[in-house]
Design a protein around this ligand. Structure first.
Ligand SMILES: NC(=O)c1ccc[n+]([C@@H]2O[C@H](COP(=O)([O-])OP(=O)(O)OC[C@H]3O[C@@H](n4cnc5c(N)ncnc54)[C@H](OP(=O)(O)O)[C@@H]3O)[C@@H](O)[C@H]2O)c1
Length: 283
């Protein structure tokens, strides 16, 4: 999802970009990574890793796979980048935090992931930094984009089918558009920001219920649909999932903005663009 919009943003800047398919570059395959180190592909100025194991609930029963892709591979990629003089840019998550905070998390706050996915992503951050001290990590949250399954797409699909839904209203985070995050990554490259961890999310916070309401009403108004919105708020306890999720995972983005990277567009504006681009055919 992020990779597709990021590729478009990089190409819009007329930068030369390689975007290999998994057949050619499986990030868990040492022989494939060797192609970077041997310069059979590249050399590159930057290597950006958008690949990940993102099935948060499934990760609870597939810890080995999650760890291989999210924890081990970023270290290997960071090492390959270092060997070839490329800067390594990696994407991480708000799920590295436990969600017990009352104020937005800064990069200085100690992580404490609740589930396997968050643990694997945290380990990936640490491995990448250990292998390459020039690594830049963007922690993002609640990503949505036109190219792939995501929360607003699911909500709009249910709305169009007329299905009533209960949506969790006691978890708060910052929805983040893949288009806006891609713009942040491009600006960070242009500005040559220092290595380190940065929080990179949309600036507006919402609960999943509020996110669903806004996504559906935006789509409904855009397409002038008469359909009724059948949403009801529920609690996390009403909607049990295999993985525990942070109740509050709002990230403070001041550090990134202090480098000159622009804040994201207001949530309604990004969502409006999303609703105009979303492809609702089954994927
Ligand atoms: N989605 C969110 O809400 C969210 C929130 C916070 C942070 N993030 C982070 O943001 C980044 C982008 O997320 P996303 O939602 O765009 O993810 P996504 O849509 O699930 O895309 C991840 C991609 O990685 C590919 N992949 C998996 N294993 C691979 C491997 N071994 N080698 C090469 N490619 C592999 C997947 O291919 P297949 O589809 O073929 O498996 C998929 O195309 C990830 O680092 C994620 O952890 C996401």
């Amino acid at each position: 999802m992020l990779g597709t919009d990021l590729l478009a943003a990089l190409l819009r800047r007329n930068w030369s970009v390689d975007s290999p398919w998994m057949n050619d570059l499986d990030i868990t395959n040492p022989q494939h990574l060797e192609k970077i180190r041997r310069r059979d592909i590249g050399p590159y100025t930057h290597i950006i890793n958008c690949a990940a194991y993102t099935a948060v609930d499934k990760a609870e029963s597939e810890a080995m796979a999650a760890m291989r892709i999210n924890a081990v591979a970023p270290g290997l990629l960071a090492f390959a980048a270092r060997e070839t003089g490329a800067k390594f840019i990696h994407i991480s998550t708000d799920f590295v935090f436990d969600g017990f905070a009352q104020n937005p998390y800064t990069e200085a706050d100690p992580p404490n992931p609740l589930g396997v996915y968050g643990k694997s992503k945290l380990q990936g951050e640490q491995n990448a930094i250990k292998e390459n001290d020039q690594t830049i990590i963007f922690r993002t949250s609640w990503l949505y984009g036109a190219h792939g399954p995501c929360f607003p797409r699911t909500m709009i699909t249910h709305f169009l089918k007329g299905t009533g839904l209960k949506v969790v209203n006691d978890q708060t985070g910052c929805p983040t558009s893949t288009v806006d995050l891609s713009e942040s990554i491009c600006q960070a490259i242009e500005l040559s920001i220092p290595a380190g961890i940065y929080h990179a999310t949309g600036g507006d916070q919402a609960t999943w219920f509020q996110f669903a309401q806004l996504a559906i009403s935006t789509y409904r108004e855009m397409h002038q649909l008469p359909n009724e919105i059948k949403l009801a708020p529920c609690t996390t306890a009403d909607y049990p999932t295999p993985a525990r999720r942070p109740a509050y995972s709002v990230l403070n983005t001041a550090k990134l903005e202090s480098t000159g990277v622009s804040p994201h567009r207001p949530f309604p504006e990004s969502l409006l663009e999303y609703c105009s681009r979303v492809d609702l055919t089954p994927q």
